[in-house]
Design a protein around this ligand. Structure first.
Ligand code: PA5
Length: 422
């Protein structure tokens, strides 16, 4: 993969185009600041260029350390919340077929029902616990880890500590102390990388490696984005996306909805929501990121999207080449639904038509401004590229709003109030 594997087109008014272009010089200045580590970008930017600076080289060591744990496992439970789980979750849901261990998720809620359902699912399994928490003290993952680790001790006795892998701060926090005392295999969350920017660090890569997913193509796609940025090949993509979003916000379109037609993309959209929501949503500014599944939500939310209060714009994500061996529409002689003309066509072809019809209806009949990302294919390479693109776009866009992309004071308040109540 050497060309830009991502195309962006838009259906917005001439006035929005012009306003967007007026932001281009400022966006390019922000990009320079990011590359030089200046202004808002003088700290917490370890994620920039991380694939080539660290991850590609380190991945072989990560792999061999995981292979050396010396226990037989058939699945893993990733325990983490927010930026400590969404990246791996997004990629696992998209590429589960490329893994050889089932992944379960805990630590992202405080529901007893959900936790007991998890115990039912793993009761006959031999899992690893992959506990990811930068602070090591976040309440959701901490409480789940307690129960899961006690279950592990009961079931696997002395082998329990070998069945835990941790990703946490290099020296601070309860989880680091636990690792040191019990000799748990552990990895470091780099100091200069915040949760929502951490997917290519051990935070996202260790659970994926444990699941057997090949991370090389992911990292090479992620790296390609930075390589092309150095030669200026994809700066137009950044200018267009960041500029149009901002021009639409100025015009009163305060919400961006990402619409996708692959259900497995749901958590990628969730990862994107955290990235933009936590980076931009400060000082009463920023675009509210929401997401929606086509065609599922066309039967529930489509009406509002097209004709409700015009506060929002849409960003579609589609894939140009569909995968091989996907189902064709069958002949079914007993069922007369009027769709016999479609026999032999791929279901994905109909999905493609439905997406085009949605864009046309929303834009032409509903006046909704639209952007459209088309990825070459649903592959690890293009997912890596897309994530790198969004991380840079979020950092620049927050800078354009004049807010710090890398803090989350609101989230910290929730954590503090929770501690008081306890
Ligand atoms: O992006 C962030 O920083 C947050 O979403 C954190 O990842 C989340 O709150 C979990 O924190 P921790 O990794 O310290 O458990």
């Amino acid at each position: 993969m050497s060309n830009v594997p991502l195309k962006l087109s838009n259906r917005v008014s001439k006035a929005i185009q012009a306003k967007s272009q007026s932001y281009h010089p400022e966006i390019m200045n922000k990009l320079k600041e990011l590359q030089n580590g200046e202004g808002y970008y003088s700290e917490f930017c370890g994620w920039y260029d991380y694939p080539s600076k660290v991850a590609i080289q380190a991945s072989e060591d990560w792999q061999s350390q995981i292979e050396s744990i010396g226990v037989d496992y058939d699945s893993l439970v990733l325990i983490g919340v927010g930026g400590s789980f969404l990246g791996a979750k997004a990629l696992y849901e998209l590429f589960a077929e490329q893994t050889n261990k089932e992944m379960f998720f805990a630590g992202w809620h405080l529901s007893g029902l959900e936790l007991s359902r998890l115990f039912s699912k793993i009761q006959n399994k031999k899992p690893l616990l992959v506990f990811i928490s930068k602070s090591g003290t976040t309440i959701e993952p901490a409480l789940h880890f307690r129960n899961l680790y006690e279950w592990m001790r009961f079931k696997f006795k002395d082998e329990a500590p070998k069945r835990v892998i941790a990703v946490t701060d290099k020296e601070k926090g309860a989880l680091r102390g636990f690792c040191n005392r019990l000799g748990i295999q552990s990895y470091v969350v780099p100091d200069d990388i915040g949760g929502r920017y951490s997917v290519f660090s051990p935070v996202g890569m260790i659970p994926l490696l444990c699941s057997g997913a090949p991370i090389e193509p992911l990292l090479s796609g992620a790296d390609l984005f930075y390589e092309q940025l150095r030669s200026g090949l994809n700066t137009n993509l950044l200018k267009e996306y960041v500029g149009i979003r901002r021009a639409l916000w100025d015009q009163g379109r305060k919400t961006e909805c990402m619409l996708y037609n692959e259900p497995a993309f749901e958590f990628f959209a969730g990862w994107w929501q955290q990235l933009f929501g936590e980076s931009e949503g400060k000082d009463h500014k920023g675009i509210l990121p929401i997401s929606s599944s086509i065609t599922r939500d066309l039967h529930s939310m489509g009406q509002f999207f097209q004709q409700g209060t015009p506060v929002y714009f849409e960003t579609f994500v589609t894939f140009k080449n569909s995968l091989d061996n996907l189902p064709f529409i069958e002949k079914c002689s007993d069922f007369e639904d009027g769709y016999d003309g479609l026999i032999g066509k791929k279901i994905d072809y109909i999905n493609h038509l439905a997406t085009e019809a949605t864009m046309k209806a929303h834009h032409e009949n509903g006046d909704v401004p639209i952007m459209h990302f088309e990825l070459d294919s649903l592959s690890l390479e293009s997912a890596g590229y897309f994530m790198s693109f969004f991380k840079v776009a979020a950092a620049l866009s927050a800078g354009l709003f004049e807010v710090n992309p890398f803090d989350q004071p609101g989230v910290e308040f929730y954590k503090a109030h929770m501690k008081d109540k306890l």
